[in-house]
Each structure stands twice: as structure tokens, then as C-alpha cells.
Design a binder for this molecule. Structure first.
Ligand code: TEU
Length: 538
């Protein structure tokens, strides 16, 4: 019942997935019509990006009403229809929980800024002058000037770790914590299986807040998790925690894992790009060895891309430059001095083996894989779109000029589809359905395989000793024994590694003959960017 240990997560934004009413904006009815596509692909959990009422200056991450659905996306009834169909098809649904801040249009902030006597004043973080202690460093360099902004009608500065239109909530205020609990309870009552918790370290941070917090921030996270478990025993919290390895562990909680059920593996993701840029597996092997121990019932979520920039903030400057040089040399592809606003296939020049190897690798990382919509067909970005939004273009369903996303004309789209090699006529679901060798059909098989191999989520994972170009992982769980092998280099390579308890290795994801084990050594031949999933046979 610990479904998140082996979930296949699929992140999408209702706004860009499918438009049913021809206004150029995706909606819940459009999504509902595509639930069978998702179920057929085999994903097990849909992560919905924010669909709440919003001022829409940060693509929905600036919520103005947590209890209402953005009217462009549909009604509450439409949402419930979607939940009903998704549940019927066996899909779990989680949604973004954005509680570090609200939109400045939220009625709490609007009232708070009117007067110091407002009952909502303490919902936010105010100071008469910018304090010396307190958070420093903006999240969006170049787009955000400060973390404190003076509000003339409030007559004070308010804290905002993100854009100035996203005032931070005051986590030290008990009424704020109560409101957050209520929101969680409300959305779980609508059928959600949990949340992707936005910006967790920022949300828990108390620097800059004068008000004393009666409980430690991690006790608060523990309290939230206990609340979630009380309301719905099978719900999970998947946190966005992009921190160094030594700080990650704390967010899982105590030995039994009583805080976040899952953490995104930001470090493994960054190491993967460095490894791919170098053609050497060592950064990934090192990152796996440095991973904190995960409590039995918790898990990492692996990913290669998400809706934000591909952040490389945890690499050294030289390492980051290596990745920039390899995958995003044009300054227009880079953002905030730390990341790339690209999708994976164009970064790899569309190289089909490299693309498949990367996703095979991601699916073989200990933990649960998380996909970003369109990855299953190899969508590219549109750099003509501003900032991070370049990767958030409409889902490409068919070869038409609007990608089958809408019945509206192309100029009604809020975000234009990519042109050139990644335009809908080159990359779309309809044509890949017809082609047995397509990426889409390959993904279906990869997902089926991954679901049949729970040892990847549950098992003990060992990094085997092989040449630097190759990553070989062994998983052991309840008598099941699996080895995955990935070649990071653009030439043939042979993986030789010790196997003492098998006579051969059977290929589970391909047509290769079984690999022989002789003198307790396995020998696996790999083409350039080759990958193998191998079952140990005695
Ligand atoms: O992102 C928060 C966040 O911490 C990242 O932007 C981080 O700064 C980046 O990965 C570099 O480490 C979340 C959402 O994912 C993003 O879309 C929102 O804009 C942001 O919160 C504000 O809600």
C-alpha cells in the first residue's frame, strides 16, 4: 500500500494539456478526455500543477483563492468529473500545495496591507525597515530585485522569497498554520492522494520573522504529515527540497520517516546532466553514494526535467559551465545564471539513443520516476517564449498547426507551439501511435517494465564496480535480483562486474541474448549510449 515507493508520476498543467471548449486554454474537460491516454501510457499518479484562482504572474504559483478553480480551466463540477474518471482508471492524483506565499491579490494580503489592526496583518511578515538578519538572496536574479518590498498602504516592508507579488505567509502564526491544514483537508476530501509541496525549505524558514514560533519548523512539518495521515491513510507528501545531501535527510523526518514521504532527487538530476555532458557515469555513481539513507517507507522521486528551469545550482561553477557548453551554450537557453530553459531532446540534438538511455537511467534510479508531460513523445521547448515558460508549451497531440491541443486558431494559443524540428508536425502523439518504434511506444514498454520491477523502489541498491563510462546498479529485494547497466559514452563499451550468485543474466528490456557469467564475472556488451535491464538467473 506504500504506492509512492513505486509510483510513476506524470506532471501536467491543465492549462496546457488539452482544450475542450476552443478558447485556446486547456481545461479539466479536455484533461478528462485524455485520462485514458495517461492510463494507457501506464503512469500511476498525475501531479497537477496549480489550478486554483490566480493572479497568473507566476503561472498559477501565485494563488489568490485556494478554494476556487481558475475559471479558465473549468468548474468544480468539471474537476470532480476528472477526479471520478481518473480514479476509475486507477490513477492517483496529487496537486501542488503552494503555501510559502500567496498572491498579493489574495484577500488576506489585500486586507492585511490596509491596516495594522487587520485580523490578517500577521498572516504575512512585516518589518519597519529591511532587517540585517533575515533571508538574503533572491530566487529569480534579474527578475526579482529584493526579498523585502515596501508597501505604501501598509507603511511597512513585507517579505517575499519569490516575486514581489508573492508575499510570504507567516508560518509562525498559528492561524496561518490552521488555514494551511484546512486547505489540505479540503483538497484531500475532493479525492487527492497527496501533494507536491512547493518550495519546502522556504516555507519552513523563519528567518526575518520576529514573532516567536511555538514549535520547531520540522515539528510543524511532522504535524502536517500526521494531519494528512489522519485524514487519509494512503496520502503522500512529495516535497520540493533542493538542498545539499547533508541537509536533505532531515526532511524525511525521524527513522520511520514522519515528515515528507518523498523528496525530489535534485542532486541526482544535476549529477546526471554532468555525467551525460562528460560521457562518464562517475558523477551519478558519486551522487548515489552520497545520498542520505532513506527511511523504509519513504522514497526519492527521480526526474530529468520539470516545469522550472533545469537547475544546476548545486554543481560547481566549472561543472555548470561544462553542462552549459554541452547542452545550452547560447545565453538565451540559460536562465538565472544557474539553469537551462530547455527540454531534454533538443539538448541532446535529438539523438534517439541518448534520449532513451537517459530515461532508462532515470527509471532505474532507486526511487519513483517522475515525468513532465510531453517527455513521452520527445517534445522540445520554444525559446521564443519568455523565461521558464519556454518548456510549458501545449501538449502535442497531432500534426496540425495547433497540435490538436485546441480547436482555436493558432493565434488564440496563450503559448505558441515550437517551430522547426520539434514542431507538432514532427513530434506528436498521433503519428507516434502508428509507429511501433516510436518514443511513445518505447515509453509504454519502459513504464510497464518499471512497474513489474518493484525491487527498484524497494530493494537495496548497490553501485557495482565497472569502467567509468558505465553505471551498473544491482537491486536485491525479497529474492528478486536485478542489474541495470547504462553506457554514458558515445562508443561501444563492455561492462564487466562481479556476480557470485548467478549463471546468466536475462535481458528484460530488449532482444539481446542472455549475458553469460563466467568465473563469477558478468560481461555485458553495450552499444554507444546502450542500456540493459538484466534479471539474475541461477
Ligand atoms: O519553485 C521554488 C523553487 O525553489 C525553485 O524555483 C528553485 O528556486 C529552483 O529550482 C532553483 O533551485 C517553485 C515552483 O516550482 C516554481 O514554478 C514557482 O515559481 C515557485 O515555487 C514559487 O511558487
Amino acid at each position: 500500500d506504500l504506492w509512492w515507493k513505486n509510483a510513476v508520476i506524470y506532471c501536467l498543467d491543465v492549462q496546457t494539456f488539452a482544450d475542450s471548449d476552443g478558447d485556446g486554454v486547456g481545461d479539466f474537460n479536455g484533461l478528462t478526455e485524455r485520462v485514458d491516454y495517461l492510463a494507457g501510457l501506464g503512469v500511476t499518479c498525475v501531479w497537477l500543477m496549480p489550478f486554483y484562482c490566480t493572479a497568473d504572474l507566476d503561472d498559477g504559483y501565485d494563488i489568490s483563492d485556494h478554494y476556487a478553480i481558475d475559471p479558465r480551466l473549468g468548474t468544480f463540477g468539471d474537476f470532480t468529473e476528472f477526479m471520478t474518471v481518473a480514479t476509475d482508471r486507477g490513477l492517483r492524483v496529487i496537486a501542488d500545495l503552494v503555501v510559502n506565499h500567496t498572491s498579493d491579490q489574495h484577500r488576506w494580503f489585500q486586507q492585511a496591507r490596509q491596516s495594522r489592526d487587520s485580523e490578517f496583518r500577521d498572516f504575512y511578515v512585516w518589518q519597519d525597515s529591511v532587517p540585517d538578519s533575515g533571508p538574503t538572496g533572491v530566487v529569480f536574479p534579474g527578475k526579482q530585485e529584493a526579498v523585502w518590498t515596501y508597501d505604501t498602504s501598509a507603511g511597512q516592508y513585507y517579505l517575499h522569497r519569490f516575486y514581489r507579488h508573492q508575499p510570504d505567509l507567516n508560518v509562525a502564526e498559528e492561524r496561518v498554520r490552521d488555514e494551511i491544514r484546512k486547505m489540505i483537508g479540503f483538497w484531500m476530501a475532493q479525492g487527492l492522494s497527496g501533494f507536491r509541496v512547493d518550495a519546502v525549505p522556504f516555507f519552513l524558514e523563519t528567518a526575518g520573522i520576529d514573532q516567536a514560533m511555538e514549535l520547531a519548523p520540522h515539528d510543524y512539518l511532522r504535524d502536517l504529515r500526521a494531519f494528512v495521515d489522519r485524514r487519509r491513510g494512503d496520502a503522500a507528501l512529495l516535497g520540493e527540497v533542493n538542498l545539499p545531501a547533508e541537509q536533505q535527510r532531515e526532511f524525511f523526518g525521524d527513522e520511520d520517516g514522519d515528515e515528507l514521504n518523498m523528496l525530489f532527487d535534485f542532486l541526482g538530476m544535476q549529477a546526471t546532466y554532468l555525467a551525460l555532458a562528460r560521457g562518464l557515469a562517475t558523477p551519478v555513481a558519486d551522487s548515489l553514494r552520497n545520498r542520505p539513507d532513506v527511511p523504509d517507507e519513504s522514497a526519492f522521486a527521480s526526474f530529468l526535467r520539470n516545469h522550472d528551469e533545469l537547475t544546476l545550482d548545486k554543481l560547481t561553477d566549472r561543472e555548470r559551465q561544462e553542462v552549459f557548453d554541452a547542452f545550452g551554450p547560447d545565453p538565451d537557453m540559460q536562465i538565472y545564471g544557474r539553469g537551462l530553459r530547455r527540454r531534454l531532446p533538443p539538448m541532446f540534438g535529438g539523438h534517439p539513443h541518448r534520449i532513451r538511455m537517459s530515461f532508462s537511467l532515470m527509471f532505474s534510479m532507486p526511487g519513483a520516476p517522475s515525468l513532465f508531460y510531453g517527455e513521452e513523445i520527445g517534445m522540445g521547448e520554444n525559446l521564443n517564449i519568455e523565461g521558464r515558460l519556454a518548456v510549458r508549451t501545449p501538449m502535442q497531440w497531432d500534426a496540425g498547426p495547433v497540435a490538436g491541443f485546441t480547436s482555436a486558431p493558432a493565434d488564440a494559443l496563450t503559448r505558441p507551439v515550437p517551430e522547426g524540428d520539434y514542431s507538432p508536425d514532427r513530434v506528436n502523439v498521433a503519428s507516434q501511435r502508428m509507429d511501433e518504434t516510436s518514443l511513445l511506444n518505447w515509453f509504454e514498454r519502459l513504464i510497464r517494465l518499471r512497474k513489474e520491477l518493484p525491487e527498484v523502489g524497494w530493494g537495496a541498491c548497490q553501485v557495482l564496480d565497472v569502467d567509468d563510462e558505465i553505471l551498473a546498479l544491482r537491486f536485491d529485494w525479497e529474492g528478486r535480483r536485478l542489474v541495470t547497466v547504462h553506457n554514458f559514452s558515445g562508443h561501444k563499451a563492455t561492462a564487466r562486474f562481479a556476480i557470485e550468485d548467478a549463471s546468466r543474466l536475462d535481458d528484460l528490456f530488449g532482444t539481446a541474448k542472455p549475458a553469460a557469467v563466467r568465473k563469477q564475472t558478468a560481461r555485458v556488451e553495450l552499444p554507444a549510449y546502450g542500456y540493459r535491464w538484466l534479471r539474475l538467473v541461477s
